[in-house]
Design a protein around this ligand. Structure first.
Ligand code: NAP
Length: 315
């Protein structure tokens, strides 16, 4: 068997087309959703992420603002900035790019963001609403995984799903979304004994550990769906040689650049799985798409308008 490779970029484009339509409808009602992206300091990877988010706003016609406080900003200065954004009516979404410099108390900052503008879904209030099964703004990556499953015709209700990873931004919200979708969910983590016992029985495996090649063909039930959230900049040439042993082109590229972006799933899993998301080009594009979607949703919720999903559920 060779897995169907799910094209995350094509799914993102589908979502963008729907969002463009929604944004132009809002524009005719005089509403232009706005996102404020706060990037403290000059971490190169964070700069690239924020630039992509701003570019997505521009593509979709959302208002965007890029705020770049200096690397030595204090917690209280950043709190003042967040409070200012909270009070502004033209800002619907606030995104504070992580990681923050060490002197800043990250938790304090994330908790200061108005939950109604928390388009990353990291605020405890939004997390709590998700736990209770009435989600408002949910973390973008797990939301993107649900879109991949839904739009690829992979049903979740009644299936056995395993989530590998239990972080607040991926693993936990992922497990909750699957559970609310009526899957039977097992969460594995670094202290799980014999993880294969769980993954090899699962209909859906979501890998979010950040450990390249962790999930091998022996871990997967034939025909299962495997979603690879992991994204690691791999520079270990021995591991690269193992992961790319059947992809001479990727190995060549790795040698040229000295690194490659890889997921948690060993490429040989494609010989066993029924469907698989690649890295790059799988979950990654959906994360930004869901940030855009959350910004539009926040703009609607703040004005008391029905959200698209509410409208769809009534049709
Ligand atoms: P994280 O906070 O480091 O959490 C990793 C989780 O994986 C932890 O719960 C950890 O368990 C578990 N884990 C680590 N090693 C394991 C092992 N050998 N076996 C089983 N579980 C193991 O990372 P994160 O923020 O959730 O991100 C996870 C991955 O997703 C990273 O590669 C990240 O880059 C990627 N990511 C991608 C996107 C995207 O847009 N594509 C977005 C966000 C994150 P413990 O809790 O026991 O430590």
């Amino acid at each position: 068997m060779t897995a169907r490779i799910i094209n995350g970029t094509a799914i993102r484009d589908e979502i963008y087309a729907e969002l463009e339509h929604e944004v132009s409808e809002l524009a005719s009602a005089g509403i232009r959703p706005g996102l404020a992206a706060v990037l403290v300091g000059d971490d190169p990877a964070s700069k690239i992420y924020v630039r992509s988010k701003i570019a997505a706003c521009e593509q979709l016609g959302l208002r965007s603002e890029h705020i770049t406080p200096a690397a030595n900003t204090t917690t209280s200065e950043l709190l003042a900035l967040v409070n200012d954004l909270n009070s502004r009516d033209d800002v619907d979404g606030i995104l504070v790019q992580l990681p923050l410099p060490v002197q800043i108390e990250t938790r304090k900052i994330l908790e200061a963001v108005d939950p109604a503008k928390d388009v990353d879904g990291f605020h405890p209030m939004n997390m709590g609403e998700l736990v209770e099964g009435r989600p408002r703004l949910v973390a973008c990556t797990p939301l993107g995984v649900m879109e991949i499953l839904r739009r690829s015709g992979i049903s979740v209700a009644g299936v056995d799903a395993v989530v590998v990873g239990r972080s607040n931004i991926v693993g936990k919200p992922m497990a909750l979304l699957l559970m609310h979708g009526d899957a039977t969910v097992t969460v594995c983590h670094s202290k799980t004994r014999n993880m294969r016992k769980f993954t090899s029985q699962a209909d859906i495996v979501i890998a979010a550990s950040g450990r390249p090649g962790l999930i091998t063909p022996e871990d997967i039930k034939p025909g299962a769906t495997v979603i690879d959230v992991g994204t690691t900049r791999l520079s270990d040439s021995r591991l690269a040689a193992e992961l790319f042993k059947h992809s001479p082109q990727r190995l060549e590229k790795f040698k040229e650049k000295g690194f490659a972006l890889v997921g948690d799933v060993h490429p040989d899993v494609a010989q066993v799985a029924g469907a698989l998301t690649p890295v790059p080009g799988g979950v990654g594009p959906l994360t930004i798409a869901m940030l855009m979607s959350n910004t539009v949703k926040a703009a609607r919720l703040r004005r008391g308008l029905r959200t698209q999903e509410k409208a769809a559920s009534r049709r």
